[in-house]
Write a protein that binds this ligand. Sequence first.
Ligand code: BG6
Length: 528
Amino acid sequence: MSETVIGPAMSRAPKQIPSIPGVSAPDPCTIVIFGATGDLAARKLLPALYGLWHGELLPSQFAIVAVGRRDKTDDEFRNEAQDSISKFRHGAPKSADGWPQFLSHLFYHKADFTTAEGMQGLAQRLDQIDGQLNLPANRLFYLATDPEYFGPAVERLHGAGLVRREPLRPWSRVVIEKPFGRDLATALALDHHVLRYLNHDQVYRIDHYLGKETVQNLLAFRFGNAIFEPLLTREYVDHVQSTTAETVGIEDRRGAFYDNAGALRDVVQNHMLQLLALVAMDPPATLRASDVGLAKLNVLRSLVPIRGDDVDKYVVRGQYGPGLVDGKQVPGYRQEVAIAPDSVTEPYVALRAKIENWRWAGVPFLLRTGKRMPRRVTEIAIQFKLPPLRLFQTVECEGDVCDLREAQPTVLAFRIQPNEGISLSFSAKRPGMQFVLHGVRFDFNYSDYFRCELPEAYERLLLDALRGDATLFMRSDELHAAWDFCDPILEAWKKKPPADFPNYAAGTWGPKEADKLLAGCAAKWREP
Ligand code: BG6
């Protein structure tokens, strides 16, 4: 491995990252997208497929078949796909010349896939495309529809003979978008239904955070280096803060869905608990899907449920009123499109979780997510305990005024997005005649060290699903454990609607009340 220097100096950065031998290319196949005229397909899936094709990571023989209810010809769909990809993917060709080859792999099929006839029609069309492109009927079905169609779609796919448990070749796999259920009971029911028609290893439950390069790097940092891992225990760690903040409010097309979900279901149950599991888990036996899944599951199962009166103590929900974000006046949550004017849904939640296991007992894990916050940032900060003996003081300056204060704790922060990187803040002796400390930082920035764009999360996950690698997908028992943690909070909230919504102004870091969650920790909420 080549050595790189920690710090902003760029003198030894590698010029090019060599491609890794042994990464298998996917088999010739067809990718079928249900819900292909929706937002996710336009913003993420089609640009990601284009990116894979452009990076020569798709097989030379492939087809992408978009299934929707609207009337559309292949050509109309190809034009729309070109527009979306140009809008949402960096580096998409500007001129018409770059497009025909990729677009020739795209097809549109109109069908009501909730009916047997609709799915039969799709089966015939897929056979015809296989014949036309000489494809071997390996198929990846991507369910990017409204969640209520996940179960029926799998059942109809099976009815039309499009998914089979056997034979293993040609293969058929199904990617299911989030939300996977809206509580434990519905998640179990969906799993039960889906697994009547598919084997476990044919179901890919996606959480796009797991495809982010910086999230995968949590594993690399923790288990690819020997020196940090021994410190990540209750002996050294004071607390962990995980923040997923967004500046956006509720996009018009999502209002109805979001108002029925809220931040706990939309972000905590999946993205944030997955991040927590990756930060807190023990080393997996191998990097195989089953071993990584098991290591994460052990963390999720060790989360202490927050129920009854404890919900008021350890969980704070919030809803924004009007305010200023990026200098622009924005409406309050209740004034967003398709949101009920008296909605009690929470676009903000903060909570203090406990992981009751050997490694973490007694260490608070503080999770916070919200829309319309001052900055878009996802980070996990591990704050270490102060030294047992305070020999030093530090100098803190605000403007021209400097003050002597207690030494500051060491913080290891993983910046998941944006400005991707890792920093370690610690104390150093300030030059001078006295022994006082000053806060300094080791900083690793992806942009300094790796002179390439970070791969898009959906590119990585689509590629893995095409290759049959489920390591970065969620196992059903992980999902169930995550719902197990969230359900009692949702129940307590249902019994006691919030009396004070809206309780923070858009463009601020959320309700003041969340400060109480840090009781006993040597810190405030970070403002990353
Ligand atoms: C989605 C949520 O899963 O993640 C959205 O449904 C949220 O509400 C989004 O905005 C955030 O993803 P990212 O990758 O922009 O952090």
